[in-house]
Design a binder for this molecule. Structure first.
Ligand SMILES: Cc1cc2nc3c(=O)[nH]c(=O)nc-3n(C[C@H](O)[C@H](O)[C@H](O)COP(=O)(O)OP(=O)(O)OC[C@H]3O[C@@H](n4cnc5c(N)ncnc54)[C@H](O)[C@@H]3O)c2cc1C
Length: 388
C-alpha cells in the first residue's frame, strides 16, 4: 500500500485492502496461465460478483452496494495493483450507469437486481465499428423501427466480453445522418439480451492481450422496442456519461498497474546483484523508477479529482479525459522502467512483467486513444481551432 491511501476514509482504505487480499487468491500464475491459453478469468469474475464488488455502483435499492466511482475505481485499481487484469470485468461497472441514469423504472427493476446478484451479466458495450473507428457519430449500424421491433443491421469491432455476457449495450443510428441537425443526434442506445438472437454472429478476435474481444455482425436482427434506453435519437448524450465513468475507472486501473510496476521494479533492483552491487544503486536504474513513481502519484490526483466531480454529479468531461491520459501515460512510463530494470528477465513470462506490459499498453489506445484526448483538451477545454 502506498501513502496515498491515507487520504482515503477508513472505509475506503478497508475496501482497498479487502480487494487486494482477495486478489492474493489469484496470483500471477493464475493470470499467466489464462493469458497463455487466451481464456477468460471465470473463477475470478465469479468471486468478484459473489463478494458484491462488481455490483458496487448499483444502488442498494436494486441489490447493489450503492458506492461511488471513487470506490469502484479503488476496486479495479487493486485488481491491477495485485498483478491481475480488471479489464476482464470492468465494463459491468460502467455500462450499467447508462441503464441506471436513463433506463425506465421497468428496465431498472428488470435488470439491475439480476446484474447485482450475478444472474445476468452486462459486460459488453458495442460502439466501435470497422469503417468509422474513433469517429463515433459516423457509425453505420442502423436500427430501424418496424412495428414492435427495431431491426438492426451492421458490424461492430473490438467488442469485448460478448461471449461472457448475457446483455449488450448497443449504440446504433435510428435516424439517418442526412436527416439530423447535429451529427450527435439520431443515435440510440439499446440494452439487448444476446443469449438467443437470430441473425447475430460473434467472431472472436485474437489480440496481443487476453481480452476476449470480438467482431459482431447484425443481419436483420429483430430486437424488442422495449430494449431502447431513454428516448430514441438521444443515445450519444447518454453514453457520454458512461464514457466519463469508463475513463475514470480505466484511469484507476492504470494507477494500479503503475504501482505494480514500480513495486516490482524496486524489489528487483534491490535483489539483483551485478558488478558486485544491487542494480538499484545505479542511478540509470533508480531514476527512471523514481520518475515513474512521481508520474503515477501525480496522475492519481487527477483520477481522484475526476472521480470526486463525477460522484458529486458535476461536469467532469475534461478531468475524466485528462485522468485517463495521465494515468495511462504514467503506467506506461512505469512499465518501461520496470521492463528495463529487469533486463532480459523482463521478457520471460514467469516474471509477469511482459504480460502486464502488454496489458497496460492498451489504455493509451482504448477506450479512447490519447491523441483524441489531446484534441479534446485542445479544442473543448482550451478553445483552440478544431481538427476533428
Ligand atoms: C483490446 C481492445 C478492446 C476494446 N474493447 C472495446 C469495446 O468493448 N467496445 C467498443 O466499442 N470498443 C472497444 N475497443 C475499441 C477502441 O475503443 C478503439 O480501438 C479506439 O477507440 C480507437 O479506434 P480505432 O481502433 O478505430 O482507431 P482509429 O480511429 O482508426 O485511429 C487510429 C489512430 O489514428 C489516430 N487518430 C485518429 N483520428 C485522429 C485525430 N483526429 N487526431 C489525431 N490522431 C488521430 C489515433 O492516434 C489512433 O491511434 C477496444 C479496442 C481494443 C484494442
Amino acid at each position: 500500500m502506498t501513502e496515498m491511501g491515507n487520504t482515503l476514509t477508513e472505509e475506503q482504505q478497508a475496501l482497498r485492502k479487502a480487494v487486494y487480499d482477495l486478489c492474493q487468491l489469484y496470483p500471477g500464475s493464475y493470470w499467466r496461465e489464462l493469458d497463455e491459453k487466451r481464456e477468460y478469468p471465470e473463477a475470478f469474475v465469479q468471486e468478484l460478483t459473489k463478494t458484491g464488488y462488481l455490483g458496487a455502483l448499483i444502488p442498494e435499492a436494486y441489490g447493489g452496494s450503492g458506492l461511488g466511482i471513487v470506490e469502484g475505481g479503488l476496486i479495479l485499481e487493486e485488481i491491477n495493483h495485485s498483478g491481475g487484469n480488471a479489464a476482464a470485468c470492468h465494463a459491468q461497472m460502467y455500462i450499467m450507469g447508462t441503464v441506471l441514469r436513463y433506463g425506465s423504472d421497468a428496465q431498472k427493476a428488470r435488470y439491475l437486481p439480476q446484474i447485482a446478484n450475478g444472474t445476468l451479466r452486462l459486460q459488453a458495450f458495442g460502439v466501435t465499428e470497422p469503417n468509422t473507428g474513433s469517429d463515433t457519430t459516423q457509425l453505420q449500424t442502423t436500427a430501424v423501427r418496424n412495428g414492435d421491433v427495431y431491426v438492426v443491421n451492421g458490424q461492430k469491432i473490438f467488442i469485448s466480453r460478448v461471449l461472457q455476457s448475457d446483455l449488450l449495450l448497443l449504440l446504433a443510428r435510428t435516424t439517418p445522418l442526412s436527416e439530423v441537425r447535429r451529427r450527435t443526434d439520431g443515435l440510440s442506445v439499446f440494452l439487448i439480451d444476446i443469449r438467443q438472437l437470430p441473425g447475430f454472429t460473434v467472431r472472436p478476435l485474437h489480440t496481443m492481450i487476453n481480452h476476449a474481444t470480438n467482431v459482431l455482425f447484425f443481419d436483420n436482427v429483430a430486437i424488442p422496442v422495449d430494449s431502447l434506453i431513454g428516448e430514441a435519437g438521444k443515445g450519444f448524450s447518454y453514453i457520454l456519461d458512461g464514457m466519463n465513468a469508463e475513463r475514470i475507472l480505466v484511469a484507476s486501473e492504470s494507477i494500479g498497474d503503475g504501482r505494480w510496476f514500480v513495486e516490482k521494479a524496486v524489489q528487483y533492483s534491490k535483489d539483483r546483484v551485478v558488478f558486485g552491487k544491487a542494480i538499484g544503486a545505479n542511478q540509470g536504474v533508480q531514476f527512471p523508477i523514481a520518475k515513474a513513481h512521481m508520474a503515477v502519484e501525480a496522475a492519481d490526483l487527477m483520477r481522484f479529482k475526476a472521480a470526486a466531480l463525477f460522484d458529486a454529479g458535476q461536469p467532469c468531461g475534461a478531468e475524466a479525459n485528462m485522468a485517463k491520459y495521465l494515468c495511462a501515460e504514467a503506467a506506461w512510463e512505469a512499465a518501461n522502467a520496470c521492463l528495463d530494470c529487469h533486463g532480459g528477465y523482463g521478457f520471460a513470462s514467469e516474471y509477469d512483467v511482459e504480460r502486464k506490459f502488454r496489458e497496460t499498453r492498451l489504455y493509451k489506445t482504448a477506450p479512447i486513444n490519447n491523441n483524441l484526448v489531446l484534441a479534446y483538451v485542445g479544442q473543448h477545454v482550451l478553445g483552440m481551432p478544431r481538427s476533428y
